[in-house]
Design a protein around this ligand. Structure first.
Ligand code: GDP
Ligand code: MG
Length: 163
């Protein structure tokens, strides 16, 4: 089976933007899983002839009326379960938030490969504050801009190196 790469992170960090950038042909899965709108969250990705399944966990409906943090916890649990590799996305313009720290702790406890992706490092943005993301304990933050398509090749090189 193809390796599964999941994208996890707070709302608005840019998960769907990256998902759309990395998506090739959309997978259309008719099988019904309650709460999961599959064709919106699953796609195929490819880099240097390596194929993988990509999942945008932000699109997983959690059926919880609780706060964003509870929803993120559920999404992160599903992401860890499904993934071979987790892309944990943070917002390089906003810096580290307490929700980031909480999810980072969950991810660290899992034995999955985690890649810390620092998004919104656009061409004219000072990237000095990516260093505070080292505090999440997930290693080196990989700086990208999903909207400007910066750093995506380097990110994909790291992703496929873990297959
Ligand atoms: P999601 O909630 O994590 O799926 O985030 P979205 O992909 O919906 O993006 C949230 C907002 O951030 C949108 O307005 C995007 O255009 C914006 N955004 C996403 N990636 C970038 C980026 O690399 N740079 C900047 N400046 N904005 C971005
Ligand atoms: Mg989204």
């Amino acid at each position: 089976a193809r390796p599964v790469v999941t994208i996890v992170g707070r709302p608005n960090v840019g998960k769907s933007t990256l998902f759309n950038r990395l998506s090739g042909k959309r997978i259309s899965i008719t099988e019904d899983t309650p709460g999961v709108t599959r064709d919106r969250i699953y796609s195929e990705g490819e880099w240097l002839d390596k194929h993988f399944t990509l999942i945008d966990t932000g699109g997983i409906e959690t059926n919880t009326t609780d706060n964003i943090l509870s929803q993120m916890r559920i999404q992160a649990e599903i992401a860890i379960e499904l993934a071979d590799i987790v892309l944990f996305m943070v917002d390089g313009k906003e810096g580290v938030t307490s929700a980031d720290a909480e999810v980072a702790q969950m991810l660290r406890k899992s034995k999955k490969e985690i890649i810390l992706v620092c998004n919104k490092i656009d061409k004219y943005v000072n990237n000095n504050n990516i260093y505070e993301f080292y505090n999440l304990g997930l290693g080196e933050p990989i700086a990208i801009s999903s909207t400007e398509a910066l750093g995506l090749g380097d990110l994909l090189d790291i992703v496929i190196s873990k297959f």
